[in-house]
Design a protein around this ligand. Structure first.
Ligand code: SF4
Length: 374
């Protein structure tokens, strides 16, 4: 069964009913489980979850994470290769309607950016593009990956969706991981938010992580952009998606990200603002649902929140990020995708981690672990 077929078993309104029907007793029952069913997971997303229940869930999330991952956080840096894009995603600063300086890094500039990140300690880099295959397509990415690989042990990509053969080429070039957010699992809303461009094909995007799994990526990351649609149904669907991938591609580590829209970001008005409490609840519930999942928190979130969420299940964090192509070597603030809220340097993040009893890990321990298991 494909994920699309599985998702069809959970219509959006029924997911919401499942979450809203959770009683305090049913939430307690879910919190006592050794392994959550998908219905238990729905209960833990309920707005009825009390402060005491959240505290209990946070303690469980902390214990599970410590047992599975130890007290280590993998640090990574985004490296934006291009902000050219043919898509019209209404919430994104890079959308084709927005007037901003467009740039695709030359391979010399890619080398320079990777060198700067390496000098800052990074050994794990995430390469990002929009969707403009004529200037930043598969051939270009292959070359960029090979250059970046000379500076770091692990490369992931967050780029336009490809077919399975395209992904095989990425794996052969040395890419370990793929991140692809569905943005929202509400197909009708998705259509409205993606009015034109290749990304407007909801099903092709939904099937993307499965094509990546077939191509042999070591890590596949999913997520929804919290605030676009009903965040409860989107987090439920993200959990369902991650669980499906973890079971079908058992040699691949599944990761989940929690990008959250802020009010009026890029002029776009979110459907709802996800509170810090809700975000905490989502992270803890997903940790309980999939104990082995990597959970990522980016510099999109504030310093204080990142510090507070650290012990609850997070395993990877970005640091010292810039969201514009060429931004580590040049001053290109007017070409950013979104503003970051935690602008601490990598060294400051390492210091913070140490002060909390965590070790910062720069190189790709995931791959080392997975290779041992294979
Ligand atoms: S979200 Fe991605 S695909 Fe959509 S406009 Fe932005 S860069 Fe392009």
């Amino acid at each position: 069964m494909s994920f699309q077929q599985q998702l069809e078993l959970y219509p959006q309104n029924e997911i919401r009913q499942l979450i809203d029907s959770a009683t305090p007793q049913r939430i307690d029952q879910a919190l006592r489980r050794q392994r959550l069913s998908i219905e238990d997971f729905a209960c833990l997303l309920s707005p009825q979850l009390s402060d005491d229940q959240l505290e209990l869930m946070a303690g469980q999330a902390h214990q599970i994470t410590s047992r599975r991952f130890g007290r280590i956080i993998l640090l990574y840096a985004p490296l934006y290769l291009s902000n050219e894009c043919h898509n019209g995603c209404k919430y994104c600063g890079f959308n084709a309607d927005n007037h901003l300086p467009r740039k695709t890094l030359s391979l010399t500039e890619v080398e320079r950016e990777a060198r700067i990140l390496r000098a800052n300690g990074f050994r794990h880099m995430l390469l990002l593009t929009g969707e403009a295959p004529e200037s930043a397509g598969i051939d270009y990415l292959e070359k960029a990956v090979k250059i970046v690989k000379t500076h770091c042990g692990s490369v992931s990509i967050e780029v336009f969706p490809m077919d399975t053969d395209g992904y095989r080429r990425m794996v052969a070039a040395g890419v370990d991981g793929l991140t692809v957010y569905q943005e929202t699992y509400d197909a009708d809303l998705y259509k409205k938010l993606h009015p034109y461009g290749p990304k407007s094909d909801y099903n092709y995007r939904l099937e993307t992580p499965e094509r990546a799994g077939e191509a042999g990526f070591r890590r596949i990351g999913v997520g929804s952009l919290l605030g676009l649609g009903d965040c409860l149904t989107d987090v439920f669907s993200t959990g369902l998606h991650a669980l499906y991938l973890a079971r079908r591609f058992w040699r691949t580590q599944v990761t989940i990200s929690f990008p959250r829209l802020c009010a009026a970001e890029g002029g776009f008005q979110p459907n709802s603002i996800v509170s810090d409490r809700q975000l905490t609840q989502f992270i803890c519930a997903l940790r309980l649902l999939i104990p082995d999942a990597g959970l990522l928190l980016s510099t999109r979130e504030s310093t204080a929140l990142r510090d507070n969420l650290l012990p609850l299940g997070i395993t990877q964090m970005s640091a010292g990020s810039c969201t514009a192509p060429g931004g580590y070597g040049d001053d290109v603030q007017d070409a950013e995708q979104f503003s970051i809220n935690d602008d601490r340097s990598p060294a400051e993040i390492v210091k913070l981690l140490h002060s909390r009893g965590y070790e910062a890990v720069w190189k790709d321990w995931d791959t080392a672990f997975l290779n041992k298991a294979s």
